[in-house]
Design a protein around this ligand. Structure first.
Ligand code: SF4
Length: 500
């Protein structure tokens, strides 16, 4: 009580002069002008994808002569730092990623003795940004606020805008990175290779005969690919070499484990750490096999959305104009080329390392599944993909459990997609679906809800497997990860037995 009584209002609270001032645009700009370091001294920071992809991107960009560092994986301390310096009411990915950046810079200042002025002068943070119906549009402002309050005012932020390609923050006049085709191709290669190795890791780890052998093999592959980028060797040949590393891992794939599709809000579903209470590793420890959401899914959705917008604007224009707009033709060609390139690289690298049963998502097919539930023009978050993934899983029998994970109060995922999912589950009662939110705290509650949903999934996997007749003599190929049969069974063990 005495502490409360001794509190004083800030003087500015009495200042009501703003009431009669002319309204003007608010801008977030530093109070003092900073003289930044020249390009060759500039260091780029980013991160927040999967652990493997962050490291591969670092090597790929370093190979182009860009001084780039991937930040460590965001953890609970990052979240607390984000909360301490951020505004209230933001979503988890902001707290984790903003806090992670501030934490890194504080460490640089306090443990390595680099002054705050030097940090602001030399470092640039690269993040995703963009407009949208949710808080995503406010991320950059949030970074700037937290950096200012943490003593790094003026640190430059530059953004990949998810729906417009790339732009640089308006305060940067001279482009710091040359966004050439080589830059994009190298970056996309690193992301695709990371996706492929991650998918294989999730397929193999639950069945490893010796604990830790898959992680060790994957780390060996990562080093090979990173070296290939740095030494400018062929990534394709390197992926072929990775195949022999993975083949040495002994697997026991005849265990009926529940298959769990993890999807939901992009960051919450993709991150591998405290951001989703280590959901993937938790599921594996509980005896499940995960189907992760690769980053190319989001990339393919962005390309699909851009194509749809183009188609809509062309349809509108053709009703009013008599001439053909050739700029739209050029954009269409570029989008097609982009899609073809992603598919080509994915197919080549996947074949080389031995990922045979995974195909790039067909967004047209997924849109077809979800269009009677979800307005396809409604963008934001994962758009119609969450609803489509659940329908895909039910119709094609892909998983025993579908978990949709999202930060607490995520507008597109909790408020829109989950509302629609209740109609999907009403029409498809066979779906085992769990929508679950993360808030940074509350891991015990989160894990116990996942365990409850897993119980049903484990039973389903066991029944599916036990309904099959196991041959007396099993061929050697069932123990080799390169044998990946496709059929209507969901569990990996059931798929193998059904294929014999
Ligand atoms: S999609 Fe959800 S979690 Fe992501 S920025 Fe928007 S509201 Fe936040």
């Amino acid at each position: 009580m005495s502490a409360c009584n001794s509190m004083k209002y800030q003087e500015s609270n009495d200042n009501l002069q703003f009431l009669h001032q002319e309204i003007s645009q608010w801008r977030e700009s530093p109070s003092e002008k900073t003289v930044y370091a020249p390009k060759e001294e500039t260091i780029f920071l980013s991160g927040g994808l999967t652990l493997l992809q962050d490291k591969l991107i670092e090597s790929a960009l370093n190979s182009l002569g860009i001084r780039y560092i991937s930040l460590p994986n965001p953890n609970f301390a990052s979240f607390q730092t984000g909360k301490a310096y951020g505004n209230r009411g933001q979503c988890n990915p902001t707290y984790f990623t903003v806090g992670n950046l501030v934490k890194y810079l504080q460490k640089l200042r306090d443990e390595q003795g680099v002054s705050a002025e030097e940090i602001v002068r030399k470092y640039v943070y690269v993040t995703a940004g963009g407009c949208g119906p949710c808080r995503f549009g406010m991320y950059i402002t949030e970074y700037k606020k937290a950096l200012r309050d943490a003593g790094f005012e003026g640190l430059r932020i530059t953004a990949f805008e998810h729906n417009k390609g790339i732009y640089q923050g308006e305060e940067i006049e001279d482009p710091l990175i040359e966004y050439t085709p080589t830059f994009f191709v190298t970056l996309i290669k690193a992301v695709i290779i990371g996706d492929i190795i991650n998918i294989l890791g999730y397929k193999m780890r639950p069945y490893e005969a010796e604990a830790g052998s898959v992680d060790r093999a994957i780390e060996e592959c990562r080093k090979l690919v990173a070296d290939a980028f740095l030494q400018k060797r062929s990534p394709l040949k390197t992926m072929w070499r990775c195949r022999s590393i993975l083949e040495k891992v002994t697997l026991n794939r005849l265990q009926p484990k529940p298959k769990v599709m993890v999807m939901g809000e992009f960051w919450a579903a993709m991150t591998e750490g405290d951001g989703n209470y280590n959901l993937h590793r938790f599921l594996e420890a509980e005896g499940a096999e995960c189907i992760p959401q690769p980053i190319i899914n989001r990339l393919m959705l962005s390309l699909w959305e851009a194509e749809q917008k183009l188609y809509q604007s062309e349809t509108l224009e053709s009703e009013t104009s008599k001439s053909i707009d050739f700029s739209a033709v050029k954009t269409r060609m570029m989008l097609k080329a982009g899609k073809a390139a992603v598919k080509l690289y994915f197919t080549l690298y996947a074949k080389a390392i031995g990922l045979h049963d995974y195909h790039i998502p067909n967004i047209d097919k997924l849109a077809d599944y979800s269009k009677s539930y979800y307005t396809l023009e409604c963008e934001g978050g994962e758009g119609h993909l969450e609803v489509a993934h659940l329908l895909e899983s039910v119709k094609e029998n892909l998983a025993h459990l579908v978990i949709s994970v999202k930060p607490f109060g995520c507008m597109p995922s909790s408020a829109v997609s989950d509302g629609i999912q209740s109609l999907v589950t009403a029409r498809h009662p066979e779906a085992n679906f769990l929508a679950i939110e993360t808030s940074g705290e509350g891991a015990a509650n989160f894990h116990s809800r996942v365990q409850m949903a897993l119980f049903k999934a484990k039973q389903a996997a066991k029944e599916e497997f036990e309904a099959l007749k196991i041959p007396e003599k099993l061929p050697e190929k069932v123990y080799n990860y390169l044998y990946q049969p496709t059929n209507r069974k969901a569990g990996s063990a059931a798929k193998l037995i059904a294929s014999l």
